[in-house]
Design a protein around this ligand. Structure first.
Ligand code: DQA
Length: 146
């Protein structure tokens, strides 16, 4: 069974306690369970990881991408500034889908820029946890076509 990586960046360990208007009420564990269920329907296994540290995220991507087929990533605020994370995603040569719970296009100016998005095959934003279901389906379609 093909494996997809589900990666969460800084502060996303606090989902469920963060501003519900932006991020909803689902916890990270809820989202990981949701993704695992949807991935199973598509015949995919999930390896999930969260870190508040940019380097730890890059180490995980470097180590695990060799045995994975695709990536779903919510980089948190690293979205808006981490060229290192961008490069790590590019170097995997895997299809990646970027997900944001909140609608980053309607928030502060600095949130409207994603430096990681060019390394991804798509970005899903503003659909709270439902965005992850869409991301699994997009990735599954992408993998079928390739
Ligand atoms: C986020 C949006 C980011 O701007 C923010 O820093 C986050 C979460 C989202 O899921 O909406 O931590 O990635």
């Amino acid at each position: 069974m093909a494996t997809m990586l589900l990666i969460h960046g800084p502060n996303l360990n606090l989902l469920g306690k963060r501003d519900a208007a932006h991020y909803g009420t689902a916890t990270l564990a809820d989202i990981e369970a949701l993704v695992a269920t949807e991935a199973k329907k598509a015949g995919l296994d999930v390896k999930a990881f969260q870190s508040n540290h940019e380097g730890a995220l890059i180490d995980f991507i470097q180590k695990e991408s060799a045995s994975a087929s695709g990536i779903i990533i919510n980089p948190g605020a690293l979205t808006h500034g981490s060229y290192a994370l961008h490069d790590a995603l590019v170097d995997t040569k895997l299809p990646a889908v970027e997900v944001h719970l909140s609608d980053v296009s309607s928030r502060e100016e600095w949130r409207k820029v994603s430096v990681t998005a060019p390394a991804c095959v798509g970005v899903i934003s503003g659909k709270k946890e439902a965005g992850y279901i869409e991301a699994v389906q997009k990735l599954a379609r992408q993998l079928k076509e390739s």
